[in-house]
Ligand binder design. Structure first.
Ligand SMILES: [Mn+2]
Length: 430
């Protein structure tokens, strides 16, 4: 196995922290024991939890105004998965990478597959791109892709998605995520019904090319790049798509793709109930979109989403197997550090949700004790679970303090000396 960070760097950083961690873990274990919770069982569950890293996340993001690249930016998918393996090596919470085509297209897929194996990384959902024009493509997506008024443009977009499936088959992926930028900027610019009919027709053609053991995820987004309407704007439309397509079609919830204050955890519950929750793109936002690090603005909302997931997991909800992925834009931080912290934030939300006393909660709900019901959630959320996460990482060979170990490793300086500086400029948001 290829290790991007030397084990002795991790060992040295861990050695300085281990005694404190053990003390904190034991103390938390005693506290949880008084609440009837076995800390070891929680740690076991947390240690099996994984979230996929998006290949595009390890590059510096940008806005439509500018992009300010960092140093040592990955030049291609091989550099990208090396960066992804650093995240996995230190956090032990990100065993898979989600690719984006055509950005990650390579001539030799077996070379990429071998590189993934050498780094002990698997390949998660494939992501297609019909929201921007690839060089030399015949038809432009300026006015849409899968819902475009022109049949040849729609066909090109369908074929691209089918190509993503073929690439994914070689790499061992089992899912295709489709997000389109299709929509309109002005009232009257496009006919809502006809656009959606064309979109569904295109999606059905993609669905027909989906292998039996694959799933297809559609991702809704309220606005942007279209600023008046988007064809797949909300979870209702997303649910209709999944219903129209069939049993292999599921809805993907990107936390940032909703209006402010939308009750996302309730959307999650509805999709679970009707067996159409496909998975997540985790991130956070203050005003709109999906740009900020997971849990950086509203960790309580992230916890409430995981509360629904653990509720479904506990009662073994039928057809419940959501895919988890990060999807965020790192404009001012080292992307590796942001992704490590974000992976730990989702693990934290999961651990906190596991602490909810579900029997007590149900009792408070049935007896209309609103105060104690909400306090039951709050007491789980307020529990400082870091010792559980850190111990799980340590026992799996990762770092007790991933960001500190990463900084001590000098990885960024090393790749900065090997990889030429990338260009700044506009765009780059995904
Ligand atoms: Mn997304």
């Amino acid at each position: 196995m290829t290790l991007m960070i030397k084990n002795n760097v991790i060992d040295a950083d861990n050695a300085a922290r281990l005694a404190d961690l053990k003390a904190d873990y034991d103390y938390l274990g005693a506290q949880l024991s008084r609440r009837g919770i076995d800390i070891g069982a929680i740690k076991e569950k947390v240690s099996t939890y994984g979230v996929a890293v998006p290949s595009w996340g390890v590059g510096t993001g940008g806005t439509r105004f500018a992009r300010f690249p960092g140093t040592g930016e990955p030049r291609n998918i091989f550099d990208k998965i090396e960066d992804c393996s650093v995240i996995q090596q230190l956090t032990r919470a990100t065993p898979t990478v989600s690719l984006h085509i055509p950005w990650d297209k390579v001539d030799d897929l077996s070379e990429l597959k071998e590189k993934g194996s050498a780094l002990s990384l698997g390949f998660d959902a494939m992501n297609s791109n019909t929201f921007s024009d690839a060089p030399d493509q015949a038809h432009s997506y300026k006015f849409g892709s899968l819902s475009h008024a022109d049949a040849a443009t729609r066909r090109q977009a369908v074929d691209h998605n089918l190509e993503c499936i073929e690439i994914g088959k070689v790499l061992g992926s089992k899912a295709l995520t489709v997000w389109v930028g299709d929509g309109s900027n002005f009232p009257g610019q496009s006919n809502f019904t006809r656009s959606f009919e064309r979109y569904l027709e295109s999606m059905k053609a993609i669905y027909r090319g989906l292998p039996d053991d694959w799933r297809i995820f559609t991702e809704h987004k309220m606005f942007e790049p279209a600023f008046y309407s988007t064809v797949v704007q909300d979870w209702g439309t997303n649910y209709l798509i999944a219903q129209e397509l069939g049993p292999k079609a599921y809805c993907l919830v990107d936390l940032g793709h909703h209006a402010p204050n939308v009750n996302i955890e309730m959307i999650v519950a509805r999709l679970i109930q009707f067996k159409k929750l496909g998975g997540f793109h985790f991130n956070d936002s203050k005003y709109g979109d999906d740009d900020l690090d997971t849990g950086s603005i509203d960790p309580y909302r992230l916890f409430l989403v995981f509360n629904e997931l653990v509720d479904a997991e506990t009662r073994i909800a039928e057809g419940f197997s959501p895919a988890h992925m990060l999807d965020q834009s790192h404009n001012v931080t080292d992307p590796i550090e942001s992704l490590m912290n974000s992976a730990m934030e989702v693990s934290r939300a999961y651990a906190q949700a596991l602490l909810v006393d579900r029997k007590a909660l149900e009792g408070y709900q049935d007896s209309n004790d609103a105060l104690m019901a909400t306090e039951t959630l709050k007491s789980a959320f307020r529990t400082h679970v870091e010792p559980i996460l850190a111990m799980a990482r340590f026992e799996a060979g990762g770092a007790i303090a991933p960001v500190a170990a990463y900084r001590a490793s000098g990885y960024r300086a090393k790749v900065s000396s090997e990889r030429p500086a990338s260009k700044s400029g506009g765009g780059g948001i995904v």
